[in-house]
Design a protein around this ligand. Structure first.
Ligand code: CA
Length: 230
């Protein structure tokens, strides 16, 4: 379960220590030293998770978390706050700002990695290797295989990621912009039409077991995977 993690920490030694540990565990780390820098990075491409230090120069980590939660595009990104504060009131303030979890310094790398894994499992199930099944359509991230009624189906890598995201977020309508952010990791450099092309390929790949019916077009809004197609 490798994730793109945006680490927002102003103290170079701590930033380095955390980044090295995350990279050692297979994650890709993007670094920012303050909230403004983090917002610039997020504007270009959404990370899978943010690790934000509470005490930052300029805008605080809590304010950054709150701002990300207020914006439609960044509302769903999992956030873990890092802090030297352990008071209960601070913890409540952090969670109210929208953080998914809260890790108190000093922490062990093992603890931090376990928290990251737990948050991703809860908030971004498409990041995990758990197999998933919807109405006879089964996707196994570990082996990268898809089966329709136990028959293997052939999917390209982008169609696989797209299906994985849709299956882990069923019944919800996703706009093309949201799909670009979630599946391509970028909404700036890829055209929205690209989404339509890959949806078409995905449906074609699902045709042999008639699971293409699960991928619905919601006119004017985007796409949805449903367990009970009309
Ligand atoms: Ca700090």
């Amino acid at each position: 379960m490798a994730a793109n993690i945006l680490l927002v920490e102003d103290e170079p030694a701590i930033q380095e220590l955390i980044a090295v540990n995350l990279e050692h565990a297979g994650h890709h780390v993007i670094r920012a030293r303050d909230a403004e820098g983090a917002l610039g990075i997020v504007r270009n491409a959404l990370p899978d998770l943010l690790l934000i230090d509470w005490m930052l120069p300029g805008m605080s980590g809590v304010s950054l978390a709150r701002q990300l939660r207020q914006e439609e595009r960044t509302r769903e990104i999992p956030i873990i706050l890092l802090t030297a504060r352990s008071a209960e009131a601070d913890k409540v303030a952090g969670l109210e700002a929208g953080a998914d979890d809260y890790v108190t310094k000093p922490f062990s790398p093992k603890e931090l990695l376990a928290r990251i894994k737990a948050v991703l499992r809860r908030r971004a199930p498409q990041m995990t290797d758990d197999p998933i099944e919807v109405n006879g359509l089964r996707l196994d991230p570990a082996t990268r295989r898809v089966y329709g009624n136990s028959r293997p189906l052939e999917l390209g890598p982008t169609e696989f990621r797209l299906l994985h995201f849709l299956m882990t977020h069923p019944e919800r309508v996703h706009s093309r912009t949201q799909l670009l952010d979630q599946v391509w990791g970028d909404h700036v450099f890829v055209e929205e039409r690209t989404v339509d092309v890959h949806i078409r390929r995905l449906r074609k790949a699902l045709e042999p077991s008639a699971h293409d019916r699960l991928v619905e077009t919601v006119r004017g809004s985007g796409y949805r995977l449903t367990a009970s197609p009309v």
